[in-house]
Design a protein around this ligand. Structure first.
Ligand code: BG6
Length: 271
């Protein structure tokens, strides 16, 4: 049975050896293992902190948390009651169906609808569907946001993002192609500096120091490479990309980040 439903998660198994685990809490992908192109044993592609809570007490520090409807500290007035990164990552989603189950891919759908607690933070008629598809060498995550109100119900503002924690040696990765793309530098100490756009002039971006950059209107296809590996991220309808690595400077202050987690992980998110 390549789709195995457990109490707190669903496990996907591809006939060629790849696998993925999705926690119902936050619809968080907490593991994605895939064999390399040379047919090696499936290896873990995502970072999950050894101190991450997987019991639903707080968002998972690692994997792929889903960020909706606000990224970071909410700025839109309609998002004022939301916690950082919204509510999708800390609510329990429902397993809806197995979408596909064959050699091409194993795919499941999860959904989230407004609860009383969500309505208290975000009072809009929405329906989220999240489809995760596992292929031999690829994981695809699709978020569908539906406004379920009447045509007269006002639209709502939202941001959406996959907070991918990529497992890679952070001090050795290079990310391309972002040359010439404008970005906001969230590591700057003043609000004014954080709000002033900069232009990326490096041929390849690294995360050897604390990095928290929001690139706008980015190319949508990114290569993350390091001496012994590589991963390609392709984004559709997600025009921005965030590169974040706390390094020791801020990583050591994150309660659920394992010691040294910033050396083995590199984080790339998109909104
Ligand atoms: C990143 C943000 O996406 O998430 C950072 O750009 C933030 O500013 C980081 O620190 C982690 O956020 P959280 O809420 O999971 O600790």
């Amino acid at each position: 049975m390549p789709v195995i439903q457990k109490d707190d998660r669903v496990v996907l198994q591809h006939p060629k050896g790849a696998s993925a685990e999705i926690l119902y809490y936050g619809a968080t992908v907490i593991s994605w293992k895939s064999p390399s192109a040379t047919g090696s044993q499936p290896t873990e592609r995502l970072f999950v902190s050894g101190k991450a809570a997987l019991d639903g007490s707080k968002p998972v520090r690692g994997g792929i948390p889903v960020v909706f409807p606000a990224f970071g500290t909410p700025t839109h007035p309609d998002h004022a009651k939301l916690p950082q990164h919204g509510f999708a990552r800390n609510n329990v989603w429902t397993f809806t169906s197995t979408v596909m189950d064959n050699e091409a891919g194993v795919s499941v759908k999860l959904s989230l609808v407004p609860t009383e607690a969500i309505r208290a933070q975000f009072d809009h008629p929405f329906h989220l569907e999240y489809v995760v598809t596992l292929a031999e060498h690829q994981l695809t995550t699709d978020l569908h946001v539906q406004h379920t109100g009447l045509s007269t119900t006002p639209p709502f503002e939202f941001q959406a993002l996959f907070h991918n924690y990529i497992r890679a040696p952070a001090n050795e990765v290079h990310i391309t192609p972002l040359t010439g793309v404008s970005y906001y530098d969230k590591t700057e100490p003043t609000e004014q500096a954080r709000a002033t756009p900069k232009v990326e002039n490096r041929e390849s971006v690294d995360v050897q120091k604390y990095t928290d950059f929001v690139y706008e209107n980015a190319p949508g296809k990114y290569n993350i490479t390091w001496p012994s590996g590589a991963i390609e991220i392709r984004a559709k309808n997600l025009k921005d990309v965030v590169i974040w690595n706390p390094q020791q400077e801020t990583g050591s202050k994150i309660a659920d980040m394992e010691e040294g987690g910033w050396y083995v992980e590199h984080v790339m998110t998109e909104n």
